[in-house]
Structures are given as structure tokens and as C-alpha cells.
Write a protein that binds this ligand. Structure first.
Ligand SMILES: [Zn+2]
Length: 58
């Protein structure tokens, strides 16, 4: 995964499973401090992830 901001390739990558069992990956760039999330290849912003976390189980 490349950083969308500065383009380095060795970004920090941490896998998470949300309470609804959605698997997401958190990326953090140690160079420019960009942070972003990915769900099934789709980039998400932090607020989108928080929406998923807060969404009540149906
Ligand atoms: Zn970067």
C-alpha cells in the first residue's frame, strides 16, 4: 500500500475487526502522518469507520 499523500510504500498497516465483524485495515504513514482506513479495497475516512462502529445491530 502506498501513502496517498507522499507515496512511500512502507506504511504502517493494522487489521481490525469492527463489532459488526466488518474487517477493516488501518493505515498510518510515519513520514507525513496521513491516516486512512480500507474496507474491502475501499478507502474510508475515520468518520465512516465510526459510523460503522456506532451503527446498531439489525
Ligand atoms: Zn505519507
Amino acid at each position: 500500500m502506498n501513502c496517498p499523500q507522499c507515496g512511500i510504500t512502507d506504511v504502517i498497516e493494522i487489521q481490525h475487526t469492527l463489532p459488526d465483524e466488518t474487517e477493516v485495515v488501518f493505515f498510518s504513514c510515519h513520514r507525513c502522518e496521513e491516516k486512512w482506513w480500507d474496507r474491502s479495497g475501499e478507502t474510508m475516512e475515520l468518520r465512516d469507520v465510526l459510523d460503522l462502529v456506532r451503527k446498531p445491530r439489525s
